[in-house]
Design a binder for this molecule. Sequence first.
Ligand code: 13P
Length: 229
Amino acid sequence: MIYAANFKTNHTRESTKNYLKELQFHLHHKKSEDRIFIFPPLTALDNYSGDFTIGVQNAYPVNNGAFTGEVGMEQLLEFNINTILIGHSERRDILNESQIDVAKKFAFFKEQNFEIIYCIGEPLEIREQGLTAVMEHLLAQFEGIDTTYNKLIVAYEPIWAIGTGRSATIEEIASTHTALKQSVNKPLLYGGSVKGTNIAEISAIDNVDGVLVGGASLKTETFLELVLH
Ligand code: 13P
């Protein structure tokens, strides 16, 4: 299983350092085949080491240049970062990243040989129309994306399940993941209100290869409840 923690706009440099220290202390209990990813805010990047991979939640697809407020490869390499989240619904919807922007970012970081966790997800009104509509929506989010890339991990995160406490049902996750795997045969994470009380049933679903976690990843205790369940 893959356990990925997306801190979003939470934690500081100091609290991230403490978090990782405490996490590492418990990680010798994890299964050896499990992989842990942590995506802290950019200001918390440092040269951490442990049984986890640090990635970034976002970056701009350039080496360097005049892109006020953005961070490119030159800044990421200082911290040996080679993992990125691309296409998160918060970036698509709040920061207005278009499919073209997302695809450009994907192509750039693929060229840099980054491991990419590529996020897709549908809004509630599409889910209410049923699986066919959901799949049409999700597959459109692969436009311009090389789904054969060997360092691609896909994360299915229904937007209505993110931060709402309401995870998708087991049946919804199972049918969506099965359909997605037929189109894109890559490791496939589920995200959306994953927590200690639902990790056992979610991780047992066929074609769920891991989870991408927001709220329940913010404290080491609640994240470890998932990793060590
Ligand atoms: P929550 O776990 O808070 O629902 O967030 C999921 C998410 O968006 C992870 O990227």
